[in-house]
Design a protein around this ligand. Sequence first.
Ligand code: ADP
Length: 235
Amino acid sequence: MFSCRNVLILLGPPGSGKGTQSAKLSEVLSIPAISTGEILRRECQSGSDLGRTVQAIITAGQLVSDDLMNRVIVSRMLEEDCRTGCILDGYPRTVSQAHFLDDLLNGRGIPEPTVIDFAVSMKEIVARLSRRRQCSACGRIFTAPLGGDPVRCDFDGSILSQRPDDHPKAIRARLELYRQNARDLHRYYSRRDYHRIDAARSTDEVLDEVMMILQRGARRPVQKIETALTATAAY
Ligand code: ADP
């Protein structure tokens, strides 16, 4: 049972399957999956000034500032559904964000996060991203078949669309940025509760491996993060 490692961090390049796995893990573990990319995309859709600024950054394949992301993550983790834990998909993305998260968790006595790093070759990623489609209603991610294009979501029939940052120029920019930050994040977490897994396998195989890692590590007593995080409103 996953009952003690409250915060699970999914690291890995864009297109490595973090979004797909975090949705599955969220169901299995009954803790929310927090995708910083999704939160930002919702802000963009809201049409706010902040959304317009963020949209330009995302479309160019650049990173949003650490300060904004840290504020976003604290306010999300303060929500009621995170009281027993959460899965972080897309955060931290820089060592500065990782430091911030550690300070946040340490300061509140929340156990060390478990970090799963999804390893996939760059060739596979470019192939996956150019075929990635997302449901406009439920957010589920699909891969377009070679030579074909699925138009509707299997679950709710809504239209599938391609993300504006899944075009070749932005993909290249994101991968380059990812490479720079990944080396530092790997160094930062590698001596801790860190697990690098082969993510170029079927989604079920990857899920099984993540669950095995969590089951092996689940030895510490359950800690609710509800009370520990209540004091973070100052952030
Ligand atoms: P992907 O993993 O495919 O790049 P995401 O949905 O995780 O996509 O993120 C989309 C974009 O949102 C990123 O390219 C970046 O501009 C921004 N973003 C998401 N998370 C962060 C973060 N932690 N720090 C900075 N920028 C972020």
